[in-house]
Design a protein around this ligand. Sequence first.
Ligand SMILES: NC(=O)c1ccc[n+]([C@@H]2O[C@H](COP(=O)([O-])OP(=O)(O)OC[C@H]3O[C@@H](n4cnc5c(N)ncnc54)[C@H](OP(=O)(O)O)[C@@H]3O)[C@@H](O)[C@H]2O)c1
Length: 254
Amino acid sequence: MPLPRFRQRVLVTGASAGLGQEMARHWARQGRDLALCARRVDELERLRDELLAVTPAITVSLHPLDVTDHEAVDAAFADAAAALGGLDRVVVNAGVAGGGSLGLDQAAANRTTALTNFVGAVHQAEAALRLFRPAGAGHLVFISSMSALRGMGGSMNVYSATKAGVSALAEGARSDLAGTGVAVTAVHPGYVRTSMASHFPRMLMASDPERATRAIVAAVEREPATAYVPALPWALAAWPMRLVPLGLYRRIAG
Ligand SMILES: NC(=O)c1ccc[n+]([C@@H]2O[C@H](COP(=O)([O-])OP(=O)(O)OC[C@H]3O[C@@H](n4cnc5c(N)ncnc54)[C@H](OP(=O)(O)O)[C@@H]3O)[C@@H](O)[C@H]2O)c1
């Protein structure tokens, strides 16, 4: 099997906070050039200054972006490719976790979660592959979630459904792109203590962002089809999570 290529030019969405910010820190320390996208430009500017203070030789370009706006995603990814001289890896990471049980007046928050996490991921994949397909190269990474493995109720209902959609999107794209030189990876993190965590009713076996990001980045660099991270406990948990009866799953996971 050929070794994965070193992906020098990396675009990360959702880079103003949490896992996206930590991934940017990690790759900047390794000397990668970065295109960072999010809505909060002030946070992106702070991060850029921090990254360049540590690793002045890299290029960091900033792209204010709402991933629910497909034209804006196309434009931002094209701008990023122009700023870095191309893109080698795109990490579809932006996400939200608001919402609640269906039919209980949470329709607006549920819709925002669906639009951001799933429709936004479609927009990002379209824009990334418009660049990668003609080049016959590139690595498209989807940050899914362990919650993709089963339907979950309450505030996790729409969130887990969007992540199941993201994982299916990744698998279909991988099938589509077989033999083209474009790699596709779906990463499934377990719970991580980022700002998003305030929306999760339970934080079973949660990791801090640094540990989770080390595991995510290590998995991404191997470029597998799918990864469950951190591997302990989540690679072990993935199999029983799929098999336990729903009633038992609900009692454990919420
Ligand atoms: N934390 C966990 O336990 C956990 C577990 C598994 C998977 N994940 C996934 O990991 C990814 C990152 O989550 P996190 O934990 O790092 O959350 P976070 O700290 O809340 O960060 C979310 C990021 O997404 C960006 N974002 C949200 N809505 C956006 C939009 N409409 N357009 C563009 N950017 C948007 C935010 O930036 P702006 O607000 O500046 O736009 C922010 O940078 C998400 O896809 C999440 O589902 C998280």
